[in-house]
Design a protein around this ligand. Structure first.
Ligand code: ACO
Length: 366
């Protein structure tokens, strides 16, 4: 009888040369380079060049991608008159989902998908504030242009660099839930837009990319250092999960947490609750260690994502959309890889329902 792996723990479902998550060592390698090094040196276009190399059609050097992304942001802005009226009343993440779904699988390319995420996010947010969209500036980098389109103000260079660093840090991470979703849909040959929209739907959930907004809610509720223990006791009594902690693969600290903690530390001028966050983190880790002595639960990327994105000046309602702005790079690279080399992804299930009288059921059926 085949073994059932609920949640597919430990199942290797794809062969990739894009990224490797070493859960024991707490190490993330993207195409042969450690994430710490990439976060320090790369911007979004450099990361695109790294991930799309030998996979994507068209130029894959960073300078050409930087230029083409700027032009693609202008192409994406042409869809706003269609998107904005349709997105009234939707949350920002639902609005982004609607926006990406406007594209055609036959006409849209990976550059337009990557460019649309910041253009749509900024315009959707401004619409919610009663403001009109700001046109993209193709001469700016991805993060700086996003912040300019969002705020309409002069962008602080430190904030733009911090956001580039964030986008690079979260761009790819093995076969996480959203990337797996992208590969499943790509394996059916549904097309790049369908695959990316499906991935965004998976990212939306609070157990995946929806966690950082609730991390800030948690810090707000805790308030100050005296509030940590009573709040934790209430959470555990209610059986709630603590956002920003635990991971399917890491049995140690998520290396991206420290990269982003460094981003927060460098942005001391902005809203910055690093002292409270460190105290909350230490208290939560102690409680998790006491409650789950056999299962190491540590800080994941989302905890310091919340602080980094807050320090950059983003409203918490946009945190998952910012994650999508970075992760769309990994999704598109995995979609290309899946389309080039993968078989249709079709696992089996074990049936536990009733069987017609007189029939014997095979142990595992599709
Ligand atoms: N808070 C409280 N308890 C937890 C947490 C947490 N954050 N994480 C795991 N646990 C508990 C589980 O409930 C489980 O307890 P049980 O055996 O009594 O049911 C036990 O620890 C073991 O859980 P795991 O097998 O380690 O967790 P799993 O791999 O199924 O889930 C996940 C991983 C979804 C990330 C989980 O840790 C979680 O819900 N974390 C909070 C949400 C979060 O931060 N998500 C972002 C993850 S990073 C990313 O996706 C970008």
């Amino acid at each position: 009888m085949s073994t059932v792996s609920e949640g597919l723990d430990g199942v290797v479902a794809a062969v990739t040369n894009l990224s490797q998550v070493d859960g024991e060592a707490g190490r993330l390698i993207v195409r042969g380079r450690d994430i710490e090094e990439l976060a320090a040196e790369f911007d979004f276009a450099d990361m695109a060049a790294l991930l799309w190399d030998e996979l994507a059609p068209g130029p894959v050097d960073a300078a050409a991608i930087r230029r083409d992304l700027g032009l693609a942001r202008q192409r994406a802005a042409e869809f706003l008159p269609k998107l904005l009226p349709a997105a009234r009343g939707l949350s920002p993440i639902e609005g982004l989902r609607a926006g990406l779904a406007l594209f055609s699988d036959t006409d849209c390319d990976h550059l337009l998908l990557c460019a649309a995420a910041p253009v749509f996010t900024a315009a959707l947010w401004r619409q919610g504030q009663g403001e009109t969209p700001i046109a993209p500036n193709p001469g700016l980098g991805q993060a700086e242009d996003f912040l300019a389109m969002l705020t309409g103000a002069q962008v602080d260079a430190g904030a733009a660099r911090a956001l580039e660093c964030y986008l690079v840090t979260v761009a790819d991470h093995g076969l996480n839930a959203s990337t797996f979703t992208a590969r499943v849909v790509a394996s059916t040959r549904a097309g790049i837009v369908s695959s990316v929209v499906a991935a965004l739907c998976a990212l939306k959930g609070p157990l995946h990319g929806g966690a950082p907004g609730p991390v800030l809610d948690m810090l707000d509720e805790i308030g100050d250092l005296d509030g940590v223990q009573p709040w934790l006791e209430r959470q555990f009594a209610a059986g709630e999960r603590l956002m920003g902690f635990g991971h399917r693969v890491y049995r140690t600290r998520d290396p991206r947490a420290d990269v982003l903690k460094g981003v927060v530390a460098d942005l001391r001028g902005g809203p910055n609750r690093i002292a409270l966050a460190e105290a909350v983190e230490a208290a939560i880790l102690a409680q998790l260690a006491a409650r789950y002595p056999d299962r190491r639960l540590d800080t994941n990327v989302e905890f310091y994502t919340a602080l980094a994105l807050e320090a950059v000046g983003l409203p918490r309602e946009l945190f998952t959309l910012a994650f999508a702005m970075g992760r769309v790079l990994g999704w598109t690279a995995h979609i290309f890889e899946q389309e080039q080399s993968g078989r249709i992804i079709r696992p089996a299930s074990r049936y536990t329902g009733p069987v017609p009288a007189g029939r014997i059921l095979a142990a595992v059926a599709g």
